[in-house]
Design a protein around this ligand. Sequence first.
Ligand SMILES: [Zn+2]
Length: 215
Amino acid sequence: MRPGRSIHDVYYRRSVAFAITPDEELRPALARLGVRIQDVRTVLLTHLHTDHAGGLGHLAHSAVWVSASEWRLARGWGGALRGYVTHHWPEGLAPRFYDFSGPPLGPFARTCVITKARDVVVVPTPGHTPGHVSVIVRIDDVRYFLAGDASYTEAALRVRVADGVTFFPRAAVRTLDRIAAYARTEPTVYLPTHDPRSVARLRAAEILVADGGSP
Ligand SMILES: [Zn+2]
């Protein structure tokens, strides 16, 4: 191991193999969407795994939100042992914590309302990690459900399988039940981060047809 590289660099390189090319870094990726990185004022994190939070170093100017329990679990030696990689974060990162005192939203008993227009709402979706959250964005009549790693694919939601790296599978399945129940009452586009079809579903505003199951 080279000096300056932690055991977790090696762990992630070997077990969660992914490589970010310079072109895939946050700045050029946002530029392709017509967004200047300096205009990003707010970052809503679903959780702190490095494939979701590793770009925070580019966003030192932004207000970063995360759940308090996720923050607690990710920090210090305990966080390192749980596989969180924190050295890409801006020095002195002091996130804001979601305050889940908002009104219930369908099957979600607790919510954190982010915008005055109430069109961006964060809901707890534990399972993949205990403090995992999802972000629901309302545009016109459609709800875009930014699911992070609540499941890795829409298919896993349909069959209620806790897929991928999930530390609390029972909680993850209860979360999927809740998401499906929500999608039965609102026109919802389901967008897990790692689903290869998420971009196409977003572009087409493809509504999830959720099946039965307990709410
Ligand atoms: Zn994750």
